[in-house]
Each structure stands twice: as structure tokens, then as C-alpha cells.
Design a protein around this ligand. Structure first.
Ligand code: PFF
Length: 519
């Protein structure tokens, strides 16, 4: 008997789920660091241009293609692409990237997410109280991650325990499905997350001048450090690439997860306004909340010189080294530390559950497994896949996974789906499909943008990025000799995952019957 396809329970539910996927660690850690290192306020020019020309169009494209593919009972990119271009035998293989990318990101994202859970508990228990300066806090983090042994932690057991809890939490949500799992989680977690974010932001804005000898180390100069524009940076292609990359990553577009979420819509559900509502929620969380926490706070405590180091040392150090040091100096610091890491955890879990969904939908829709069986298979496979990211963390594995899953796949997949939508599906048909059941009309200029500007912009980015970052990374230019075997090993491992997925697509299509569009 054919099983009923799952559906979202409410419109608010899917908006919260998509916003939940979008609002993640990227908003609060990655964004401020990218902005500070790429021209400050000037970064917002390429950022907003990318949002208008890439981010918002891709959001609409994915909602529309996903809903369309759902009508053929396909919830992952191979089937969705095939529904759009039925005569093409190869297009389904391009769709593999839309399962592969999220799977690879899931492998390392859940591990990082588990650190936030661990640190929220450590904050409450005052576990890092003895680490009183940057190097001590760094040692605490290194020991937790198993990179060194010291008096804070002598093994990976605590990190592994928090990982298992986080992993099981993700699998449990997936097990309950779209409406009773993901939708419930996001409807509950998103409002809490926004409130926690606003509490922390307010606390940072009220920091005043903690060091009376240094009156310049204040919030307005902290904001200035992040937002004062350096317009000369706009001449650098790297800044444009960073902005476009951030827009993709933060909106969760160009990777396949929104396609899957949208496949559980009904055919006449609005996508225009709902997609825009999810984008707006994400941008509020990113620019307003994300832009007002880590960098200004670090400036106030470390000053104009110290912040340079902090910003360059990357998003993880900022979150797990700098922020705990700051909280330690505040009244009720344990409480604020707890809130900060819980906030990050909620942001993380609402994103990671979306990363799991394309692979699960693929197993359900193409192999006709019931959801519980699909989730079990997914759980066992990804639990094994996560191990290298945990045990070989210090050897460049995580960067390599991020490169292939979180950067390369993203730009490539975004380009493919845009061309498919605007040129194969055809802009006239596409325009009608976007507006089916829509609560708002998209300005006509977007017809032109989606057909010409978005793909051109994407090809340019793909080309520049490949030349600037892709070739040196592929040739392992910045990898030390000691790390090379691990990086190569990671590549073999990733390639194997890709091949397995390709074989599964082949098997699934051999067995399948032609599907018709269900209303
Ligand atoms: N958008 C998430 C963040 O900003 O952290 C990360 C992410 C989630 C990227 C889901 C891609 C994705 F499919």
C-alpha cells in the first residue's frame, strides 16, 4: 500500500522550520568574524547585493522546486530534478549533491553543536573557573577536544558523551517526523532562541566601560570596529566571495535542505511570502543579534589591538575561548555563559535536523522505507561517518569536510538548480509555479534577475572561487606535510560516500515506476 506523504501542520510551522534551519551557528559566530575580517561595514554592500541577487531568488527557487517535486512524491534533489526534466536521464545524478552536501555538513556540524551543549553545562557548573586567561581557556578547549591532555580533561570522554546526547537528540527529532518532530521542535525552540539572543545582546550593549583606565574600550567603539566601513576592501574579489558564501550558508540555500522541507507543502501553499518571512527572520538574527554580540563584547574586554587577534583567530575561538573569558568577569557570569551556549545549542539543533532530512527523505521516497526504518539507517550510517571528525579533529579533517560539503557543493548545486529552474523548466512556467497560491506578487524585475542575473552571478562566483580557493585547496597548498595523509584520507572517505549515493540512485531508478503528479 502506498504510504501517505507527510505534510507540515501549519504555515507558521514550516516558516519556523526553514528559519530554524537558516538561523544557526553561522549567524552568531561565522557572520561577525567574516564581516570584521572583510571590510567591516563595507562588507554589508556585497552582502546585501548577494542577498538580493542570490539569497532571496534561491530561497524562492528551492521552495518552488521542492513543492513541485513533492507533488511527484519526491523529497530529495535526484527525484525533484528528474521531475523537472523528465526526459533527461542524467539530471538525477546531479541531484546527488543535494543529499551529499547536507550529509557531509551534518557530520561535523553536530559535533560542533555538541560542544555548545557541553559548554552550557560547564558554565552552569563553573567548570572553566580556573582558566583565567586566553591561553588557559585555550588549553581547556584543546583538552576538551582531545587535542592535548592537561589538568582540565585527560580524555575525550566528556566531549564524546555530549556528542552522543546531541546526536541522539537529532535522530529522535527526525524519528518523530516532519510535523511531530521538526515542526514541534522549531515552534518551541525558535521563540526561546530569539528571546535568549535578545537577552545576551542587551547584556553586551549594557557593558559600559568595565576597565576605567581604558575609557575607549566601550560599546560604541566596539560597534565601530565591526561596522566602520573600509571601502577599499570592495576591490578585492575575496570579499565578494566571502559575502556570497556567507549568504548561502546562513540561509541554508544551495544545498538541498529547503527543497526537502518544501516538498512537504501542499500544492497551493504560498511560497513567496513564507520564503521571505524565513529570510527576514534569519537576517534579523544575523545582522542585528549576531552583529551585536561577539565582536563588540570582545572589543570591550580586549581593546582595539587585542580584538584584531581575536577576530583573526576564527569563529570557534571567539565562541569557546573569548566569550567564556568575558562571562567570567560579569556578575552572574555562570548564568550568562549558560544562556549563551544554550542559545547556540538551540540555533544549532534546529539547523542540524534540517541537514539530516534530505538523506532520510531519499530513503523514504525512493526506496519506499517507512520513516522509522529510514531514520534508523541514517542514524547508524552517520554515527559511523562522524567518527573521523571527532577523533581526527586536529588533522584538518573538519576543514576538508567543510570545503567539500559546505562550500564546493553549495556553489555548484546552486548553479545547477538555478539553471534548471530558469532555463529548463522555463521562466514563464516557473513564474506561474512560484505564484501558485502566493500571498504576494514578486516584482517583475525578479523574472529578469532569476533568468539572467542570478545564473551569471553564480557562474562568476564559481569561476573566481575555483581559481582563488578551489585550486589551492585541491592541490593542498596550505596543508602541512604531516596533515596530508589525513586530508587525502578524508577525500577518499568523502568520495566513497558520493559513490554510494550514486549507486543508490541508480538502484532506486531501476526499480521505480513512472510517477504522476499528485494533486
Ligand atoms: N544556516 C546554518 C547556519 O547559519 O548555521 C547552517 C546550515 C544549515 C547550512 C543547513 C546549510 C544547511 F543546509
Amino acid at each position: 500500500m502506498a504510504k501517505e506523504r507527510q505534510l507540515w501542520g501549519s504555515r507558521l510551522g514550516i516558516i519556523m522550520a526553514v528559519a530554524g534551519s537558516a538561523v544557526g551557528l553561522g549567524n552568531f559566530l561565522r557572520f561577525p568574524v567574516q564581516a570584521a575580517n572583510n571590510g567591516g561595514g563595507a562588507f554589508m554592500i556585497p552582502y546585501f547585493i548577494s542577498l538580493l541577487l542570490l539569497g532571496i531568488p534561491l530561497m524562492w527557487i528551492e521552495w518552488t522546486l521542492g513543492r513541485y517535486g513533492g507533488g511527484f512524491e519526491h523529497g530529495s534533489a535526484p527525484g525533484i530534478f528528474h521531475s523537472v526534466w523528465q526526459k533527461n536521464r542524467f539530471i538525477k545524478y546531479f541531484g546527488i549533491i543535494g543529499i551529499f552536501g547536507p550529509l557531509i555538513i551534518f557530520i561535523y556540524y553536530t559535533y560542533i553543536e555538541s560542544w555548545t551543549l557541553g559548554y552550557s553545562v560547564f558554565s552552569l557548573l563553573n567548570k572553566y573557573a580556573a582558566a583565567s586567561d586566553k591561553s588557559a581557556m585555550q588549553q581547556f578547549l584543546n583538552a576538551y577536544q582531545g587535542l592535548e591532555k592537561n589538568s582540565y580533561f585527560s580524555n575525550l570522554l566528556p566531549a564524546y558523551t555530549f556528542f552522543v546526547i546531541t546526536f541522539l537528540a537529532n535522530i529522535t527529532v527526525a524519528y518523530y517526523g516532519i510535523k511531530s518532530g521538526i515542526e514541534k521542535l522549531c515552534k518551541f525552540a525558535m521563540p526561546i532562541l530569539l528571546v535568549l539572543g535578545i537577552i545576551i545582546m542587551t547584556r553586551v550593549l549594557l557593558l559600559g566601560v568595565p576597565n576605567l583606565m581604558k575609557p575607549d574600550w566601550n560599546i560604541s567603539n566596539g560597534m565601530g570596529f565591526l561596522w566602520n566601513p573600509d571601502f577599499s576592501s570592495l576591490k578585492d574579489a575575496k570579499v565578494w566571495l566571502a559575502a556570497a558564501g556567507q549568504v548561502f550558508f546562513t540561509l541554508s540555500v544551495g544545498i538541498g535542505v529547503i527543497l526537502t522541507y518544501a516538498s512537504y507543502l501542499k500544492k497551493a501553499d504560498d511560497v513567496v511570502l513564507s520564503g521571505l518571512a524565513a529570510v527576514s527572520t534569519n537576517e534579523f538574527a544575523e545582522v542585528i543579534i549576531g552583529g551585536s554580540i561577539v565582536i563588540p563584547a570582545a572589543f570591550i574586554f580586549f581593546g582595539p589591538i587585542g580584538i584584531q587577534d581575536v577576530a583573526q583567530s576564527g569563529a570557534f575561538n571567539l565562541s569557546f575561548v573569548t566569550m567564556p573569558l568575558i562571562f567570567k568577569q560579569l556578575l552572574f557570569g555562570e548564568f550568562f555563559g549558560f544562556i549563551w551556549f544554550l542559545f547556540l545549542f538551540l540555533a544549532g539543533i534546529t539547523s542540524s535536523v534540517s541537514l539530516a532530512q534530505p538523506a532520510i527523505a531519499f530513503l523514504e521516497d525512493e526506496f519506499n522505507f517507512d520513516r522509522k526504518k529510514a531514520v534508523k539507517i541514517f542514524g547508524v550510517a552517520t554515527f559511523i561517518f562522524c567518527q573521523p571528525a571527532i577523533f581526527l579533529l586536529g588533522h584538518g579533517v573538519l576543514n576538508e569536510l567543510d570545503f567539500w560539503g559546505g562550500t564546493f557543493s553549495l556553489v555548484l548545486f546552486a548553479t545547477i538548480e538555478t539553471v534548471l529552474f530558469a532555463w529548463v523548466f522555463g521562466m514563464d512556467k516557473a513564474w506561474k509555479e512560484i505564484h501558485r497560491g502566493a500571498d504576494m506578487k514578486i516584482p517583475n524585475i525578479y523574472k529578469f534577475i532569476i533568468k539572467y542575473i542570478t545564473p551569471t552571478f553564480l557562474f562568476l562566483i564559481l569561476g573566481f572561487w575555483f581559481y582563488q580557493d578551489g585550486v589551492p585547496t585541491i592541490l593542498m597548498k596550505n596543508v602541512s606535510a604531516a596533515e596530508k595523509p589525513y586530508v587525502l584520507g578524508t577525500r577518499v572517505f568523502i568520495l566513497l560516500i558520493f559513490i554510494i549515493l550514486a549507486v543508490l540512485v541508480k538502484i532506486a531508478w531501476r526499480k521505480r515506476k513512472i510517477r504522476t503528479y499528485k494533486i
